[in-house]
Write a new protein. Sequence first.
Lengths: 466, 308
Amino acid sequence: LSSPYGPKLEGGPPGLAPKVLAFCEELRSEGVAVGTSEILDAFAALEQVPWTTEEDFREALAATIAKSQEDRRVFELLFDRWFFRSAEAEAVERGIGEQGERFEGGEQLDIDGLRDAVREAIVAGNDGEMRDLARLAISAFGRRGEGSGVVGVDVQRIRRTLGLATGAQPPTSAGEELPPIERDQLNEFERHLRRELERGLIERTEALPPSRPLAELDRALPTSPAQDLASVHRAVTQLKRRLATLGHEQRGRRRGRHVDVRRTMRSSLETGGVPLRLRYRPKRPRRPEIYVLCDVSTSVTSASVFFLGVLHALHDSFRKLRSFVFIERISEVTEVFEHERDFRTISQRISSEGGVADVSGYTDYGRVWLEFLGEIADELDPRSTVIVLGDARTNGREPHAEVFAEVAERAGRLFWLNPEPRLYWNYGDSVMAAYERYCDGAFECWTTRHLENFVNVVAGGAPAAE
Amino acid sequence: MADDAAPQSVAEVKEALGQVGYLADEPAALVSFLAQRLGKPVLVEGPAGVGKTELAKALSRATGRELVRLQCYEGLDEAKALYEWNYRKQLLRIQAGATTGEVAEDAATDVLEDIFSEEFLLTRPLMHAISSSDPVVLLIDEIDKTDQEFEAMLLELLSDFQITIPELGRIEATTMPVVVLTSNNSRELTEALKRRCLYLWLDYPSVEREMEIVRLHVPELAEALNRRLVEVVHMVRALDLKKPPSIAESIDWARTLLLMGADDLDRETFESSMSIIVKHRTDIDIVAERVGVKLAEPPVASGPSPDS
C-alpha cells in the first residue's frame, strides 16, 4: 500500500481487509506497536462480531490492537479519521454524492426551534439525531450565506448563531427545563458539525484534504499536575519494591539461617532421599529505612516542586522514612508530610513554617552534612538508605566532603539525585565530583523519566534510553 | 475454536452477565464475548475497585464454569502457581521399596519412573485449570504484583494452553479455559504478555451506570437518594485521595444508608457514614472539608424515613 498520508483516490485493493491493514500501518506510523499476531487476532475477532455496527467493529479492533491506555487514545483519534477518510475516498471514487438534496430542509426551521432540538439531542446524547441536526444547522446556516469555507471557522460560527454554550441552559421556547450541558457533550455535537462540513467540502472539491500526523498535543492523554504527581507516585512505588528486595542478601549476617525442610526434602529426592544438600529459607528482607535530604534553595527552584512531589510520594509508600529539607541549615519535615495529604498545603507549610534557617538564602552543603550527622549519627546503620536531592552548589563554601564520606560510610546506601544535566556538574560552584565518589550512585533527575531510570538502575537493570 | 457452548452474540453475553448481577458496558461485554469465541486470554486493567476481579467471577457464574483463582503476589513461584512434587509421598514410596528388600537394579529404575508420575504431582491453580476435565474460568489476579520472570513463565500457558513438566512432558489443556488477567497498572507489563491477550480497560462507571449498578444490588433504595449518593461518590473520586472509593463501597454505602433509614444525604448523614467510602485518616479530613460542606444542613424537623 502506498503512503498512509495524502489523498488515496486511486485506492488500494478493494475490500475491507486492505483498509484494516492500512489502518494498522497508520497506527504504526504513529508509534503504536502493532504486531502481525495482533492483526491476525483482529481479523479473527472481526469474524465473530457483526462488524456492520460501528461500535462493535471499533471495540473488536481496539481490544486486539490497542493494548494500553495511551495506545487506546491514539487508536480512537486515528480510527475516526481513517475510516471517515476511507469512506469519503470511496464515495468520491464511485461518484456517490448527494448533490442537490444535501443539507435540505433547514429553511422550514426557525433558529429557535433548531436550537431547542439541538440542545435536546445533545442532552440525550443521541448520535444519529445529532448528525441529522448538524446537517440541518449547516443547511440553515448556508442559506444565510455566511459560510467562510474554512471548516473550523464555520463550526464556531454555527455554534454561536445557535447560541449553544456549556453550563446551565435557559429553558426551551416551550418552557421546558433542560439539564446543564457539559463540555464533552458540546464537543460531540461540534464533532458532527465538523464532519458534515468536511463531507460537504470533499463532495464539492472531489478530493480529500491532506491528512497530517497527530499533533503531539492531541495524542498525549490530558494531563494535570495531579497526574504528573501520579506518575511520580508510580515510579516511587516501584522504587519501594526494589529497595525492599534488593541487595539485602549480601548484607546482614549469615547466622541464624533456617533450614527449609520442605525444599531440602524435595531436593534430596535427586539423591535417593538422602538430604545431602541443605536448603535454607530465604531471609525476609528487613524494612528499609530511608533518609531523604532535599535542597529547597533558590538555585533548584525549578526542580523543587518535582522534588517535593518525590518526597510526597516517598512518604506515601514508606513507613520508616524521615525527610529533611535544607538551605543553609537542615530541618526535619517528616511531621509535615505525615499530617498533611494535600500536596499544595505541604509545599506551603514547608516554605512558610518548615523552619528552614534561611539566613542568607545560600546553600551550605558542608554545614548540612555536619548537622545531619550530628542529629542522626546513631541511627544510621547498614540498613538505611540515604537519598540526597540537590545540585551540590555550595556557593563557594567548604564542602566538607569528609563528613559526607562518613555519612556514606555509616549508611548502607547513598544515592544522589541532581536536578542539573550531567554536563553542568562541577562547573561553577558545583562540587559534585567531591561527593559523587562516595555515592553508590549519582543521577541526573528532573523528570519522571529520570526517576524511573533511577529506579531501574537501583534495581540492577539497564538504564533506560534517553 | 469456539465450542457449542460459546455464546452467539455480544448481546447474549451482556444479558447473561446481567442476570448474575454484573452490568457490563459495551466494551466489557464485547471482550468477554471475544474471549469465549476466540479462546484468548483477557487482560483487564484499570484503577482499583472498578470490578475487574468481579468480571471474572461473573463470567464464571454466567457460564456455569468453575472459577480457578490465582492470586499473585511478590515472590510467587512455580511451586505455588503451577505444580509441585509431593515429596512426602515420593519418600514413602522409596522407603516402601527399600523395606521390602528390593535390591534389583531394574526395581530401582522402576521406582524412579514411578515417583515422577502424575500420582505424585500436587496440582496448583494453573495446573488445575489446565488439567480439569470441565471447562473453567481461570482468574490470574493482580499480575502486576509478580516479577517479570513469572510473566514469562505464563506465556506458554497463555498462548498454547499447555504446561511443560521436565520429568513428565507436556500437559495440554483438555478443555479451553477462559483466562482473565487483572492488573492495577502499577507496572508496565511485558509486550510479550500483552500480545497474547485481548485488552480491556475498565474505568469508573458514569453516574448513570453506577446508579444502575447500585439499583441492581440495593433495589430498596429510593431513586433520588441513589442519584445523590452516586453523585457524591463521583465528587469524592475527583479529589486526590490515597484510595478513591470503589464501586463495591458505593454499594456498601447504599446499604448503610438504607439501614440508617436516611431519606436524604445531608451533611450529618454524610459525616456519620463517610467512613464506609473513605478509609484513610488523611482522606477523611480532605473529604469532610471539600465535600461535606457542599451538602445541605439537615432540616430542623425531619420526618421518619418514608421509603420501604
